[in-house]
Design a protein around this ligand. Structure first.
Ligand SMILES: NC(=O)c1ccc[n+]([C@@H]2O[C@H](COP(=O)([O-])OP(=O)(O)OC[C@H]3O[C@@H](n4cnc5c(N)ncnc54)[C@H](OP(=O)(O)O)[C@@H]3O)[C@@H](O)[C@H]2O)c1
Length: 237
């Protein structure tokens, strides 16, 4: 039987798309979010999508105690834990770093401990192509995502050969409220549902680093390879 899915950042559009995709496999879905009262319509949607059960849990990524309370309070350990929290383009740089790096990193570390103590499972961290190289626009977000990517990579290496697997997901721009109002050329924009399908397929195939859409892997390899003097002059947004 398929195990439970816990979405940390359960109100996020990408997180909810993933929840619907896994609900379709008849799994139990648990949504952990700051304001669970807002999730009532999503609960109905997840039930209609086929979820065995849907539960919500008050949780804040900036409060490590709430992560402990969350895992201690679950009736059983999930098979998959998704980290979908993110904060984009916020004037408070410290909040941005804590929301995109410190909080998510410590929460996936805690998840790894809980999963490891109960037979294993998967941690899925939603990072970003923005973490592959610091660009002129919004590099605080990119730097925090770079840190999160490195954390996931280290965690994966530490757990190699053990029962807990770690997936890093690096989407390009996704049409969610997070980037509403930003102008992105249509061919580069993808939907939250497309991210969800790619992650579900990667989980099934046991893949650990996933660019969505796939073309960001070669694009970001080229961007990373650009010499610094040229990279500066190109002013990639
Ligand atoms: N959209 C994109 O273009 C894009 C591209 C690459 C990667 N990503 C990443 O994908 C993930 C999901 O983003 P999204 O596009 O689905 O945007 P979203 O709908 O804005 O989701 C972000 C979520 O983070 C939650 N959050 C922020 N601070 C939190 C805190 N202190 N405690 C708990 N939850 C908190 C928000 O909760 P509230 O609902 O309470 O505000 C929101 O549900 C993020 O990690 C994002 O960085 C997005």
């Amino acid at each position: 039987m398929s195990g439970d899915v816990l979405i940390l950042g359960g109100g996020s559009e990408i997180g909810l798309a993933l929840a619907r995709a896994w609900a379709g496999e008849g799994r139990t879905i648990r949504l952990a979010a700051r304001q669970t009262a807002r999730l009532a319509p999503e609960i109905e949607r997840l039930r209609a999508s086929g979820a065995a059960e849907v539960t919500t849990h008050e949780w804040d990524v900036l409060d490590a105690g709430s992560t402990t309370r969350l895992f201690d309070g679950l009736p059983r350990t999930p098979e998959i834990v998704v980290m979908a929290v993110g904060l984009y383009d916020h004037p408070d740089c410290d909040l941005l770093m804590r929301s995109n790096f410190n909080g998510p990193a410590l929460a996936v570390e805690a998840a790894a401990r809980y999963l490891g103590a109960s037979g294993g499972g998967w941690i899925v961290g939603i990072s970003s192509v923005a973490g592959d190289r610091g660009r002129a626009s919004n590099y605080p977000y990119g730097a925090a995502k770079a840190g999160f990517t490195a954390w996931l990579s280290g965690l994966r290496a530490r757990l190699h050969g053990k029962s807990v697997r770690v997936m890093t997901v690096k989407p390009g721009p996704v049409a969610t409220r997070m980037i509403a109002g930003r102008s992105v050329p249509a061919p580069l924009l993808c939907s939250a549902d497309r991210v969800a399908s790619a992650v579900v397929a990667a989980h099934r195939a046991g893949r650990e680093v996933v660019y969505v859409p796939w073309f960001w892997r070669p694009i970001m390899a080229a961007v990373r390879a650009l010499p610094e003097p040229l990279f500066k002059r190109l002013r990639l947004g």
